[in-house]
Design a protein around this ligand. Structure first.
Ligand SMILES: C[S@@+](CC[C@H](N)C(=O)[O-])C[C@H]1O[C@@H](n2cnc3c(N)ncnc32)[C@H](O)[C@@H]1O
Length: 206
């Protein structure tokens, strides 16, 4: 799927995103922030921040930067920042595949329900790793399907329909994380019916 198509889909999603996916995915987002155990002054980058549903849940002592490719989704995030007085938050229009940040800047870098949406997930993961500190953490929260068997076969079949609706495509996260040379530190099933996973990665083993 092209970037323009993704932008069009999320311009449409921006009208109703929070009322469906806000609550549906809230368990995983809240758990991710809890596991981050953010210390005062730490900097967090959320790629594909969307309408900013997670933003009010970060502690006020953290500096949080959210980026997204969709202007319309970001307008909703800006609305939350203004109405809730989130002075520790800034959001920018940016492509997660070409992050305009220095190497090793952030303590935690998170992608919630966006890796399976982008055309080049490995490129995004490598960028997330690049801007993360050497002792920082990369959080991936996503619908993660079976990697083999009948269920996986079915999921691959319906993948083009999911993708057309902007709901992500079939993605082999095990292979992706290995190719990005990230080390899995923690993995936990989350959200409705445990359909999603939260994976916490490091740049190298502790
Ligand atoms: C399913 S939404 C997830 C939003 C939010 N992270 C959440 O937890 O609900 C996917 C988001 O990824 C964004 N996105 C897609 N491709 C992107 C890219 N290349 N760079 C930055 N954001 C992108 C979309 O605009 C959309 O806001």
């Amino acid at each position: 799927m092209t970037v323009d198509k993704i932008k069009n889909i999320y311009a449409f999603h921006s009208y109703f995103y929070d009322s469906i996916f806000g609550w549906l995915f809230s368990h995983g987002r809240l758990l991710a922030i809890k596991l981050m155990d953010i210390k005062p002054g730490q900097e967090i980058l959320e790629v594909g921040v969307g309408t900013g549903v997670s933003l009010p849940h970060y502690p006020g002592h953290a500096r949080v930067i959210g980026i997204d490719i969709s202007k319309e989704m970001l307008e909703k995030a800006e609305g939350k920042k203004a109405s809730m007085g989130l002075s520790n938050v800034e959001v920018h229009e940016m492509d997660a595949g070409r992050l305009d940040f220095a190497d090793g800047r952030f303590d935690k870098v998170v992608a919630a329900h966006m890796i399976s949406v982008v055309p080049d997930p490995l490129g995004v993961l490598r960028e997330m790793k690049r801007v993360c500190k050497d002792d920082g953490e990369v959080y991936i929260l996503n619908y993660m399907q079976a990697s083999n068997g009948v269920v996986a076969w079915f999921e691959r079949k319906i993948s083009p329909f999911r993708e057309a609706l902007g709901l992500g495509k079939y993605t082999n996260f095990d292979a992706l994380i290995k190719d990005a040379d990230l080390v899995v530190d923690h993995i936990e099933r989350v959200n409705f019916l445990d359909l999603c996973s939260l994976v916490v990665c490091r740049k190298r083993a502790l």
